[in-house]
Design a protein around this ligand. Structure first.
Ligand code: ADE
Ligand code: ZN
Length: 326
């Protein structure tokens, strides 16, 4: 099924093989002796326990080539999973804090993204995320450092440890982003309460909510999200691995669709959570018995929720309608 992936952290696509290869190339020592030993650490109790490993492994990413290779490896895998369009998050502060200049990060990623239509048959957008457990000042500094590169950035986002870091903390930098003509998204309602989703909508003025599964706890919020058809980029395997839900069979995605929410399915950090985007679709099909028409609805939603130009969006939607399994 042709689809768009809208919630994908490029640093979360760092597979153990590439991590060890980059560590060797850059003279970085990882606190794991083998790939298997590293994989054995992929057992998480919550978002923070994952983030600790996610940030630690980024130590291997140092040069423009490293970032280009990381993105190219994701795009190759994504295409095998039916992805025709990808809107890709990156976390500049996680790199600048280690002394990697923002231009190196954006230069490497955009080199791979610019080659993607021809090399992989995938169109792309780049979304710059602020780390919400860093200060509002740090987000503002990051935005100013990125200004010379804004022609390669479509939107800003907000990620990292959610609880205790409400969207309202980032009011100012989102105002600047909107003034600069960027789209806005934010993680909200993953571990955080429905109030954070309200803030993302009303204070940050976001175009999409990332995750948002906890919206179901607030009837008025669901009504608002349905009325405005605000897209929610849901990540089922991530929700299981980070214990947002107990098991996939309990996932609220069917209830969200029934409520009339504009839901999409995405992989979040596929190297860590046991699967890329088609793996999420397949796991949902098996655990929740989603039929082909529901899968088609999810694929259609992914293009509707994207930041594509209307003409390209319409062409992709035609491909979804024409798709027949087998
Ligand atoms: N950074 C990478 N993945 C994330 C997630 N699922 N939630 C918040 N921050 C993240
Ligand atoms: Zn995420």
């Amino acid at each position: 099924m042709p689809k768009a992936e809208l919630h994908l952290h490029i640093e979360g696509t760092l597979e153990p093989e590439l991590a060890f290869a980059l560590a060797a190339r850059n003279g970085v020592t990882l606190p794991y002796a083998t790939e298997d030993e590293l994989r054995a650490a992929y057992s998480f109790s919550d978002l923070q326990s994952f983030l600790d490993l996610y940030y630690a492994l980024m130590a291997v990413l140092r040069t423009e080539d490293d970032f280009a290779e990381l993105a190219d490896a994701y795009l190759a895998r994504a295409r095998q999973q039916g992805v025709r369009h990808a809107e890709i998050f990156f976390d500049p502060q996680a790199h600048t804090a280690r002394g990697v200049p923002i231009g190196t990060v954006i230069g490497g990623l955009s080199r791979a993204l610019e080659a993607a239509p021809e090399r992989h048959g995938i169109t792309t957008r780049l979304i710059m995320c602020f780390l919400r457990d860093e200060s509002a000042e740090s987000a503002l500094e990051t935005f100013e450092a990125a200004r010379p590169h804004l022609d390669r950035i479509t939107a800003v986002g907000l990620d990292s440890a959610e609880v205790g870091h409400p969207p309202s903390k980032f009011r100012e930098v989102y105002r600047l982003a909107r003034e600069a003509g960027l789209k806005c998204v934010a993680h909200a309602g993953e571990e955080g309460p429905p109030a954070y989703v309200w803030e993302a909508l009303d204070i940050l003025g976001v175009d999409r909510i990332d995750h948002g599964v906890r919206c179901l706890e607030d009837e008025a919020l669901v009504a608002r999200l349905v009325a405005d058809q605000v897209p929610l980029t849901v990540c089922p395997l991530s929700n299981v691995r980070l214990r947002v839900v107990d098991q996939l069979a309990d996932h609220p995605l069917p209830a969200m669709l029934d409520a009339g929410l504009l839901v999409t399915v995405n992989s979040d950090d596929p190297a860590y959570f046991g699967g890329y985007v088609q793996d999420n679709f397949t796991a949902l099909r098996d655990a929740l018995h989603l039929d082909e028409e529901t899968q088609r609805t999810l694929a259609r939603n992914s293009f509707h929720a994207s930041f594509l130009d209307e003409e390209v969006r319409a062409a992709y939607l035609k491909e979804v309608d024409a798709y027949r399994a087998g």
